[in-house]
Design a protein around this ligand. Structure first.
Ligand code: GAR
Length: 201
């Protein structure tokens, strides 16, 4: 199987995925790294790892759908089977999601369905939660909504700062996301309604 990672920024999750592929833990080829942001550090990480990159700017397209259609055409040309969103800060159009049904994964830095959106860590910290965490889920037409694959809790300590919490969350993401991608690539995830069953290897 061939997959693409979508990233808009730092790409620390991308890096964890690249390393898991290199160690043979994810049995799929990371064929393309896509970004909507030319300045994304994720693109540099991909280039350093010898992975093909693709960058398209939303402003060069008249509509969200024509932008997504162009991305889909490129991915189909590359023979991409599934996609892992890793800090991709755009909402995919229903058109895009239908092109890769049940074949798009996402990492979100909170225990969904709490604290959806672009600022999951900051929002949960500001709210004053004592426990937060990381969610890996399938992507459907609604934001941060699809069936949950893996979730792990992270405790917020008395001395916690936004920076220390961010670090804790990222550490969990870097372990949990490659694990979920590996399960998917091995054909071990079965979606039943909102539930995801993990099949034995
Ligand atoms: C990650 O914490 C990821 O969970 C979050 O963006 C960060 C990207 O970091 N994604 C979302 O908030 C999506 N709603 P990275 O670029 O270093 O991987």
């Amino acid at each position: 199987m061939k997959f693409a990672v979508f990233a808009s920024g730092q790409g620390s999750n991308l890096q964890a995925i690249i390393e898991a592929v290199q160690r043979g833990e994810i049995k799929a080829e990371l064929a393309v790294v896509f970004s909507d942001n030319r300045k994304a550090h994720a693109l540099k990480r991909a280039q350093e790892a010898g992975i093909k990159t693709l960058c398209l700017c939303r402003k060069d397209y008249a509509t969200k759908q024509s932008y997504d259609r162009s991305i889909v055409i490129h991915l189909k040309e590359e023979g991409i089977d599934f996609i892992a969103l890793a800090g991709y800060m755009r909402i995919l159009t229903p058109f895009f999601v239908k092109e890769f049904p049940k074949r798009i994964l996402n990492v979100h830095p909170s225990l969904l369905p709490s604290f959806k959106g672009a600022e999951g860590i900051k929002d949960s910290f500001t709210y004053g939660v004592k426990v937060t965490g990381v969610t890996i889920h399938f992507v459907d037409e609604k934001m941060d909504h699809g069936p949950i694959i893996l979730q792990e809790a992270v405790k917020v300590s008395e001395e916690e700062t936004l920076e220390s919490l961010t670090e804790k969350i990222h550490k969990v993401e870097h372990r949990l996301y490659p694990k979920a991608i590996a399960l998917f690539a091995d054909g071990r995830l079965k979606i039943k309604g909102r539930k995801v069953e993990i099949l034995n290897g």
